[in-house]
Ligand binder design. Structure first.
Ligand SMILES: [Zn+2]
Length: 231
């Protein structure tokens, strides 16, 4: 028999299934990412509709099944983040956060940290923090939390601070003397990435990064993810 479970979770993704059902991906506090089937979710009279909107924090009660998808019994909204959803720029960042969490957070692993990290970023976004910087910080912190922290304080082999290149396969910065062959990463970039990883959320908005630096940080982060995270 399926066991009944209760949890808090952030809705990361939804997908219509069959005639009236919906598959919902939830980043839960207690059990990592969950896939839950919501029977009749698209019927007008479905009472859980709003609780299952993307980027909602909801309380969910569901039947845990060992085989096949879990089944929702009921759900209620705890926080809908209205300021994020009213503003297109914020919404885009919120959705990008949800997308990274969906791709990277393991399913059914009891670890509350990805939930707490993601929730803290959504609260910061809701509270008016600078969204552009917030997203870059989230990506690096999520990777770090999941065991993929890039080495950014100097060469990963000898600790040198000069002539540093990006070596995503090795795990971060690598100097030329230690075999680094890629393009050099300017100190302002790796210092900015360190700050994105370390600064308290409230201080991130003070970090002003020009567009070209953001583009470079995105590229380095993406290369790092591709090289480090098994797909
Ligand atoms: Zn070195």
């Amino acid at each position: 028999m399926a066991e009944l479970a209760r949890d808090r979770g952030l809705v990361l993704f939804t997908q219509d299934q069959a005639e009236t059902d919906r598959l919902v991906s939830v980043l839960s506090e207690a059990r990592g990412q969950l896939e839950i089937l919501v029977k009749g979710a698209r019927r007008l009279e479905c009472p859980w509709g709003a609780a299952l909107d993307i980027l909602n924090l909801s309380e969910i009660i569901y039947y845990r099944r060992r085989l096949g998808l879990h089944l929702l019994r009921e759900a209620s909204v705890l926080q809908a983040f209205p300021a994020i959803k009213k503003d297109l720029a914020r919404l885009e960042i919120g959705l990008a956060v949800a997308c990274w969490a969906r791709d990277l957070v393991p399913r059914e692993i009891p670890d509350p940290r990805p939930f707490r990290l993601t929730l803290s970023f959504l609260w910061a976004l809701e509270g008016g923090a600078e969204p552009v910087v917030l997203l870059r910080a989230y990506r690096l912190r999520l990777l770090s939390l999941l065991g993929y922290r890039p080495v950014l304080h100097g060469c990963l082999s000898c600790g040198a601070k000069g002539e540093l290149t990006w070596s995503p396969e090795r795990g971060g910065l690598l100097c030329r003397s230690c075999g680094g062959t890629g393009e050099e990463v300017p100190p302002r970039i790796w210092r900015a990435m360190e700050a994105l990883l370390r600064l308290p959320l409230v201080a991130l908005s003070r970090l002003r990064l020009p567009e070209r630096d953001l583009v470079l940080i995105d590229a380095l982060t993406q290369e790092f993810r591709t090289a480090q995270v098994a797909r």
